[in-house]
Design a protein around this ligand. Structure first.
Ligand code: BGC
Length: 383
């Protein structure tokens, strides 16, 4: 059994080079993973910041507070590595409240209508933290808790996180033990593996909420990015962004991303669904509904040549175009994140599944293991 330690990270194994390195944060360590103290939480607990590196030069920083990816560098077509994620410069900035930048989201990614659901005849009430609805696990969801961490060095370094959520936490039934492993692969991919077990029937829908801007310039919007999603249907929503229950074909709509299309093409369309979302903020349902790991989405940024592909075992993805960013949140380097300066591709089960019996079930029973994987992989396309 693993011993989970938040204060001391165990470094297993060694990188073949095993040379001492120091990076921009002044961190010195051996191998492909490092750790520094990130800051202190209001309850006095200490959060750490881990740096995962691979031989190509990709660097990903992750804190065990919320499992947040605070930065992630990827090469452009000239080989230049730049940070392609939105986030904050310090723990205290995250604590001021930001819209889930890079965070692990749970127990339930996206919305549950009116913060209520019934399971086995028992009614459960969650926080209504988004209009009338519950969003992303409630007021103190998995993005705002301290995870236990183990760092594992190697050619493909890993950060293993665990959080045990108490029965009734945020209103959800069952003690839920969640393990998330971030693995930085040698092919410039980050794999995120999630497992969870419960001691009572419950509902689970875990995801990561990284915001990307593949240009590496957070002063630019993402409107020029070209997106493809292997989905033939999407979930129309009501004005509070709860799915109506319909699975609507994308064909002939601005939700058709079956071929690469610039985000700008449909984002301001005169379309009721676009108006409800303030742009794209919907769940796309994959044509391939198997739970094998399959490539489901790609994004290309023409200026940098960066390409990001998303593969997942999940049946759907929330494509959100940063419509609620409005310049009021100041991010890394003092940049104000303006409208649509980042996009998210959150792999998931459908929003509000606990209230929609026709949607694939998100119920987890005692004795079962919830298991899901998502991989974000970077490459470049030359002109
Ligand atoms: C939701 C958006 C929300 C954003 C940040 C997305 O997953 O669909 O409506 O604004 O997360 O909270």
């Amino acid at each position: 059994m693993f011993l989970y330690m938040s204060a001391v990270a165990a470094l297993y194994g060694c990188n073949s080079g095993n040379s001492e390195k120091s990076d921009a944060s002044g961190q010195k360590d051996k191998g492909n993973i490092g750790k520094v103290i990130y800051g202190t939480l209001p309850d006095g607990a200490e959060a750490d910041l881990y740096t995962l590196r691979n031989a190509n030069g990709m660097t990903i920083r992750i804190t065990n507070y919320g499992g947040i990816i605070t930065s992630w560098t990827a090469p452009d077509k000239t080989g230049k590595y730049e940070d392609i994620t939105l986030g904050c410069d310090s723990l205290s900035d995250y604590l001021k409240g930001v819209p889930y930048f890079g965070a692990l989201v749970g127990r339930y990614g996206n919305r549950i209508a009116n913060g209520k659901f019934t399971l086995n005849g028992q009614a459960y009430t969650l926080a209504q933290n988004n209009g009338p609805n519950s969003l992303h696990g409630g007021i103190k969801g998995f993005d705002k808790v301290l995870w236990q961490a183990i760092a594992v060095d190697g050619e493909e370094p890993q950060l293993k996180l665990r959080y045990v959520s108490a029965d009734e936490e945020e209103g959800f039934p069952g003690t839920l033990t969640t393990d998330v492993t971030y693995t930085l692969q040698k092919d410039n991919a980050l794999s995120i593996d999630y497992t969870a077990t419960t001691d009572k029937p419950t509902v689970v829908n875990l995801t990561n909420h990284a915001y990307f801007n593949l240009s590496g310039d957070m002063n630019k919007t993402v409107l020029d990015h070209e997106v493809a999603i292997k989905a033939d249907r999407f979930l129309p929503v009501d004005e509070t962004l709860i799915p109506t229950g319909e699975l609507k074909p994308v064909a002939g709509t601005v939700f058709d991303f079956t071929k690469f299309k610039k985000i700008s093409e449909g984002i301001n369309a005169d379309d009721q669904q676009i108006k409800f979302g303030g742009g794209y903020d919907h769940c796309w349902v994959f044509a391939d509904n198997s739970n094998s790991l399959k490539e489901v989405a790609s994004v290309f940024e023409p200026g940098s040549g960066r390409v990001m592909t998303v593969s997942t075992t999940e049946p759907a993805i929330q494509f959100y175009t940063g419509n609620f960013l409005d310049g009021t949140v100041t991010g890394k380097g003092g940049v104000s994140y303006a409208h649509r300066t980042g996009f998210c591709l959150e792999t998931e089960h459908y929003p509000d599944s606990p209230n929609q019996p026709k949607f694939p079930s998100t119920v987890l029973q005692p004795g079962e293991t919830y298991r899901t994987t998502t991989v974000y992989k970077f490459s470049v396309k030359q002109d």
